[in-house]
Design a protein around this ligand. Structure first.
Ligand code: C2O
Ligand code: CU
Length: 436
């Protein structure tokens, strides 16, 4: 554990959000920033951020409210913002070349969408995402329940890694093909960024909203100093909260945890590595809460879901191919493929009728794990016994593993389906579907 405390600093004051009753209006300015991602005393890192900081500001509204977001692009190259995990209308999905034109340098774009689901989401650039997200273009997007659970603190924990040089700059080589053919761009420095970073008391009940915002790294996470349950994955409540041991977050995945603080010292987020456990971050504990009565961790109120129609199922297979130590995919320029096809094709992988149920077999025929993400929808992970598991937007499929997912394609439009190891996406591991 070789890390001193530091905070993400802002070089420009964040613009205050103007909040009205049922609409949350924000101005989101993408621009260069200097961030103190290395420990205090070490140099700052030139990066990209929103409203002067990376991560960008917390965008927060109540379930059913409308987010009105004016996006201004001042990064000097094209960009666009994707609202990851939000089941919103297609035109607001933020995918250049598919749902909108790229927002050119100096230009702006108005995003407006109603938040159908309560939960923990995030936003990030979807243009050259493997580079722009690695440089810091992301932030948390929180939709509160109409009746939020009773907690003393609601804390966002973003877990990231960066590849930093001796002088504190981000290392170049965002398109490095060796990285892309393996696990992607892995950082040499990792942190859990807690927002807001305030002390809690022993005996407090906390909600922790963990988000893996790294471009490529899968984080197993051990939590110390608390006793509690995972209540949601990828924004969607679990009907039965589950234990926090063996928590693994692939890039883009989230876990909401409700827990009681048991340590008198700190809550720690630990990344167990092969050598030593690596302390990603901590929340200080000061004082004692003597009034809170012990109680079970409650399940969160469910979001709406359409039930799959198992009598009329479209069955598809998506085979992941390519990468290092596998047979090369047929194209000259790409490294990864789905079903023999790299990158986006003119025709979708499949055209669904609206509300059609599909069972998609995800077969990982490569030497690496992949975190497969579907836009505009959540899907059920199917367990080994055939039962429906968590309702997620990103599923981690280990090397050589096969997992079925079941999805009701309820949301009309053109939706990406890609690996959220962004270096893999850059190197061909993406496709799209269309819902009539
Ligand atoms: Cu988190 Cu295609 O995105
Ligand atoms: Cu991948």
């Amino acid at each position: 554990m070789n890390r001193r405390d530091f905070l993400i600093t802002t070089c420009v004051a964040a613009l205050a959000p103007r909040i009205t009753l049922a609409s949350a209006s924000f101005e989101l300015v993408a621009q260069p920033v200097n961030a103190q991602i290395l420990p205090e005393g070490d140099p700052t890192t030139p990066m990209l951020g929103f409203n002067g900081s990376t991560p960008g500001p917390v965008l927060r509204a109540r379930q059913g409210d409308t987010f009105d977001i004016r996006f201004l692009n001042q990064i000097g190259e094209g960009s666009a913002v994707h609202w990851h995990g939000m089941r919103i209308e297609n035109a607001m999905d933020g995918v250049p070349g598919m749902t909108q034109k790229v927002v050119e340098r100096g230009a702006e774009f108005e995003y407006s969408f109603r938040a159908p689901d309560a939960g923990t989401f995030w936003y990030h650039s979807h243009n050259r995402s493997w580079e722009q997200v690695a440089k810091g273009l992301y932030g948390p997007l929180i939709v509160e329940e109409r009746t939020p659970p009773d907690v003393d603190h609601d804390l966002i924990v973003m877990i990231d890694d960066w590849r930093v040089t001796e002088s504190g700059a981000l290392a170049d080589g965002f398109d490095n093909r060796h990285d892309q053919a393996h696990q992607g761009r892995l950082g040499n420095f990792a942190r859990a960024l807690v927002e807001p970073n305030t002390p809690v008391r022993r005996g407090d009940r906390v909600r922790l909203r963990l988000i893996n915002v790294a471009t490529d790294r899968i984080f197993p996470i051990k939590l110390e100093g608390i006793d509690g349950k995972i209540v949601a994955f990828d924004g969607m409540p679990l009907p039965n909260p589950q234990g926090v041991s063996n928590l693994i977050l692939a890039p883009a995945q989230r876990a909401d945890i409700i827990a009681d603080v048991t340590s008198a010292d700190q809550i720690a987020f630990v990344f167990p590595t092969r050598d030593d456990p690596y302390l990603l971050g901590e929340i200080p504990v000061e004082g004692v809460n003597t009034t809170r009565q012990p109680s079970e961790v409650p399940a969160l109120p469910p979001n709406e879901q359409k039930q799959p129609d198992f009598d009329n199922v479209v069955a598809l297979t998506l085979t992941m191919q390519g990468g290092a130590m596998s047979r090369p995919v047929s194209t000259q320029t790409d490294i990864w493929a789905f079903n023999g096809q790299s990158g986006l094709t003119d025709t979708p992988l499949h055209r669904f009728e609206r509300d059609q149920t599909a069972r998609i077999r995800l077969m990982n025929d490569t030497r690496f794990p992949h975190g497969i993400h579907l836009h505009g929808h959540h899907f059920f992970e199917v367990g080994a016994d055939g039962s429906l598991g968590a309702f997620r937007d990103t599923t981690l499929v280990g090397a050589g593993e096969t997992r079925d997912i079941v999805c009701v394609f309820h949301n009309p439009g053109k939706w990406l389906l890609h690996c959220h190891m962004l270096g893999h996406q850059a190197a061909g591991m993406k496709t799209w579907v269309e819902v009539a």
